[in-house]
Write a protein that binds this ligand. Structure first.
Ligand code: CP
Ligand code: NVA
Length: 312
């Protein structure tokens, strides 16, 4: 594993390794603080979009592991505008031991990884949000002791977060149900890929039936970053997919409610669901930091990778 770009690229064993490492590092942090396994290591954090959780949790993860993170804001680098992505990648890799990037087009994170001789971590693209899915899987496993056999229901837009979660469920043996309005479903090739990975995936436009007997109810914003111009139109279509107390009542009594955050309270999730007894959204947010420590430890903890993808 040089990079973490998608969950769809992982094997079940790799997902397990990330989750086991995250659990270990979380327990260690709580008990004694983490050992400085990334002493003198540095991470460049390139952002083309805003962030609270990704930025702060990566920064703190590096700090707790003895390393340092450098935040590079959207106006600083001008990825692909001020300078080509390949050149940014080659230059950054001369200074730092890893690159985490939040980009618009997934192709950009692939290009960064292609030209960097250091690990590249996808901190959200329009295609996947792999770090989020690792934190989601960690949270589910903490609540239920397993992923296998659970019914995980995502409601809303078939977006980056949904896609990564679907692949994580496929790898972990959970059933995944994606309930979206017609025309907003996950793309068929992704669903086919998850099924080929062994996933039991159902795609539906019936949120009430989807929520029935769910172990996990999950939602995300109806319009993602970069889709702001569609927000008003979507706000008219998506309300039946809202997670609220009535929908939670259709799920299992011990079900949990997840949201990657930031949440638009009153839109995709109501206060009673987000602040109610089933919600673990803030544990989930904390788990971003623990899951990403595992990613950093596994990708940057050893010596520099022997195999370089491309000379630079
Ligand atoms: N969930 C998530 O990635 O949050 P941020 O956009 O705040 O990083
Ligand atoms: N789907 C959302 C997730 C934000 C963390 C977006 O891409 O904006």
């Amino acid at each position: 594993m040089k990079d973490l770009l998608t969950i769809g690229d992982l094997s079940a064993a790799e997902l397990k390794q990330y989750l086991d490492t995250a659990k270990k590092l979380k327990a260690e942090w709580r008990k004694t603080g983490n050992k400085p396994i990334l002493k003198n290591k540095t991470l460049a954090m390139v952002f083309q979009k805003p962030s609270l959780r990704t930025r702060v949790s990566f920064d703190m993860a590096m700090l707790h592991l003895g390393g340092q993170a450098l935040y590079l804001s959207p106006n600083e680098i001008g990825l692909g505008q001020r300078e080509s992505i390949a050149d940014v990648s080659r230059v950054l890799a001369r200074y730092v031991d890893g690159i985490m990037a939040r980009v618009f087009a997934h192709a950009h994170v692939i290009e960064l990884a292609q030209y960097a001789r250091v690990p590249v971590i996808n901190g959200l693209s329009d295609w996947e949000h792999p770090c989020q899915a690792l934190a989601d899987a960690l949270t589910i496993v903490e609540c239920f002791g397993k992923l296998k056999g659970l019914k995980v229901v995502f409601l809303g837009d078939g977006n980056n977060v949904a896609r990564s979660l679907m692949f994580a469920c496929a790898l972990g043996g959970a059933e995944f149900v994606c309930a979206t309005p017609k025309g907003y479903s996950l793309d068929e090739p992704s669903v086919d890929k998850a099924r080929a990975m062994g996933g039991a995936v159902t795609v539906t436009d019936d949120p009430q039936a989807a929520a029935e007997n769910a172990d996990v109810l999950y939602t995300d914003v109806w319009a993602s970053m970069g889709q702001e111009q569609e927000a008003a139109e979507r706000a008219k279509i998506f309300p039946p997919f809202q997670i609220n107390a009535a929908l939670v009542a259709r799920a299992k009594p011990k079900s949990i409610v997840l949201h990657c955050l930031p949440a638009h309270r009153g839109a995709e999730i109501t206060d009673d669901a987000m602040d109610g007894p089933h919600s673990v959204v803030f544990d989930q947010a904390e788990n971003r930091m623990h899951a990403q420590k595992a990613v950093l430890a596994l990708l940057m903890g050893g010596k520099k990778p022997v195999t370089k993808r491309k000379k630079s």
